[in-house]
Design a protein around this ligand. Structure first.
Ligand code: F6R
Length: 614
């Protein structure tokens, strides 16, 4: 959601900023803009729509060659996505240009102040007001850094701000509160980005900015302070993936590439989790074993796909550790007055590490003395930084807006957490944990096998371009898979899709079933007969009412054949691990159906990769 780029150095500022914005496109946006300073003058260009619209204008009329620039992709909050509301915004005298990610909550009051000073505002954005406020400060005689400090002290809400002043053309100043920003450290050049993808082409050394911090950047120097100018030590880190990881690798969509990367992503997420003696170890886990032993309740908080990973985790953690688990949408958590204390473990699952709802939920939990453990894919992001412990998922960069490998690696991290807690609490014997680890280590091969059947799923998907509604059914750990399969279809193909627990069908949803309605059914493995047979009964019920049943069932399960109009085979795996293979055909189905419908799979309408506003 909103991408921010800044550059100072010898390259063309316009081109470097546009390159960075292109790498941030996946975050979701509806307008884009760039500003540079040359010969004491500000030059700004911005356009509604995709980056290509802006690039077209810049090819015809490039901005002056400059060595300092800022850029922005905007996801509209205040005011519709048009040229005027696009960022960067300039102050009234066109001395300062500024871009912003987040929401300024006291903007009405600030707007009143600015307008009372006879400033004319051109846009409907909260950002333009901040540009005017910063410019007012520099016009009063202070430098751009002091101006930024003074303005930040007046702002409420969430913001990353990046500004340039045409009278100080050697520096960029940026500030962050509750919104992401990282610094890329180059040699004789420096970068800013909403995430490291913005500058990964040029440097893999980065600096993590903390809450309420300001960074001033010239070609050769990066200085971080708080909002009052006191120097602070920012953490430097090395990015362990490179540009090729962020490219499409011959696939038509990032999403498709990421689906096919899942065997590797799952394998990477398992590397280094066992000692030479075979015991589980979670290196980044900063909670002591005694603290974990004291935990008597776990609450998992997350949004969207990460929430569904949390639902699977509940089955695994309760089964292996006998510790009660609640799973809660992060956006609801704070508002229900949850019962938490020092013996509650909050597990916050987030691919991006920047989801505002999840971030606010963990802050609330910590204020109630609960311990927070993050499961996250993004090193240096806010959620792990504000948690007591973290398990990183090692999926590599996920660019497609719809989460795929992020989900699978979250599942792996959840299984690891559950098994680690079982080891610490002594609720499972060592050889049982070993056995599950062996089964987990075999999963990359099983996922690979499912991917080899992609063509069959694609064909099936293409035959559904005319479908207006699709249902997904599952039971036990297959229920969250059904929900996730439906979410993928909704967000990519814009088709009405709903996931149900199969046992709940007859309590209402079965009324939706009519002739020809496609129903995708995740059939549990046969080992757990009561689950499997109940699911088969559910499938018979919908088929008897005219549904077209597409069943995902393990190899050798012949009992399902009479009731499946279409059968997709899954490798035989334990029921708790089945989500790792069962979701893959559903991802392929949604990706291919959306492609056949002509949709932009990587950037579905109205969606943002990282939802940094509540
Ligand atoms: C769906 C999807 C979203 C995210 C949700 C949480 O494909 O990607 O539902 O799962 O916005 O995002 P993170 O995991 O970054 O907190």
């Amino acid at each position: 959601m909103c991408g921010i780029v800044g550059y100072v150095g010898p390259r063309s500022a316009q081109d470097t900023v546009i390159d960075g914005l292109r790498r941030l496109e996946y975050r979701g946006y509806d307008s884009a803009g760039v500003a540079v300073v040359r010969d004491g003058l500000l030059a700004v260009e911005k356009r509604a729509g995709k980056l290509a619209n802006l690039e077209k204008v810049l090819i015809e009329a490039p901005l002056p060659r400059a060595d300092i620039g800022i850029g922005h992709t905007r996801w509209a909050t205040h005011g519709p996505p048009n040229d005027v509301n696009a960022h960067p915004h300039a102050g009234g005298a066109r001395r300062v240009a500024l871009v912003h990610n987040g929401i300024i909550e006291n903007f009405v009051e600030l707007r009143g102040r600015v307008e009372a000073d006879d400033h004319v505002l051109l846009s409907e954005t909260d950002t333009e007001i901040v540009a005017h406020l910063v410019e007012l400060q520099v016009q009063s005689g202070v430098d751009i850094v002091t101006a930024m400090q003074r303005v930040c002290q007046q702002l409420d809400g969430a913001f990353t701000l990046v500004a340039i002043d045409s009278h100080e053309p050697d520096k960029i100043v940026a500030a962050r509160r509750n919104s992401p920003l990282v610094v890329g450290l180059g040699d004789g050049e420096n970068f800013l980005g909403s995430d490291v993808a913005a500058f990964i082409e040029f440097t893999r050394e980065a600096l993590e900015l903390g809450q309420d911090q300001i960074v001033v950047m010239t070609r050769d120097e990066v200085l971080v302070t708080d909002f009052w100018g006191n120097p602070v030590q920012a953490r430097q880190f090395h990015v362990d993936w490179d540009l090729s990881a962020a490219e499409k690798d011959g696939h038509d969509w990032f999403m498709r590439k990421e689906i096919f990367e899942q065997p590797r992503a799952v394998a990477d997420s398992l590397i280094g989790r066992r000692t030479a003696a075979g015991k589980l170890q979670l290196d980044e886990m900063r909670l002591a074993d005694e603290e974990l032993r004291d935990i008597d309740k776990i609450i998992i908080i997350a949004c969207g796909t990460s929430f569904y990973a949390g639902m699977v985790a509940k089955y695994a953690i309760e089964h292996w550790t006998r510790t009660p688990v609640e799973v809660e949408l992060a956006s609801e958590f704070r508002y229900r007055d949850p019962i938490i204390d020092a013996t509650t473990l909050i597990v916050a699952i987030s691919q991006s590490g920047e989801t505002a709802d999840t971030l606010q939920a963990i802050r609330h939990a910590r204020s109630q003395k609960a311990k927070v453990l993050a499961i996250c894919n993004t090193n240096g992001s806010s959620i792990p930084r504000e948690s007591d412990a973290v398990i990183y998922t090692h999926a590599g960069p996920e660019i497609g807006v719809a989460s795929t490998k992020g989900f699978l690696t979250q599942l792996v991290a959840c299984y690891l957490l559950a098994l680690y807690m079982a080891q610490v609490k002594g609720t499972r014997f060592g050889d049982e944990i070993d056995e599950v680890m062996r089964q987990l280590e075999a999963m990359p091969d099983h996922i690979d096998k499912v991917l080899q059947g992609a063509e069959q799923v694609y064909e099936l998907a293409r035959s559904h371009v005319g479908s207006r509604s699709v249902l997904f059914l599952g039971r036990h750990a297959g229920y969250p898979v059904a929900l996730e399969g439906a979410l993928k279809l909704k967000e990519l193909a814009y088709i009405h899709a709903e996931g149900f627990a199969a046992g709940e069908l007859k309590h209402g949803p079965i009324a939706l079933v009519e002739d020809g309605l496609p129903v995708l059914c995740v059939v549990p493995p046969r080992g757990r007969d009561h689950l499997h047979d109940k699911m088969v009964s559910g499938i018979q019920e919908v088929r008897a009412r005219g549904a077209h049943t597409i069943c995902l069932a393990e190899e050798g399960d012949t009992s399902i054949e009479p009731y499946a109009d279409h059968l997709i085979r899954l490798p035989g795996v334990p029921v708790l691990l089945q989500p790792l293979v069962a979701i893959v055909p559903l991802q392929l189905f949604a990706c291919e159906l959306a492609t056949a419908l002509g949709h932009d799979v990587d950037q579905p309408r109205n969606l943002a990769k990282s939802v940094t506003v509540e």
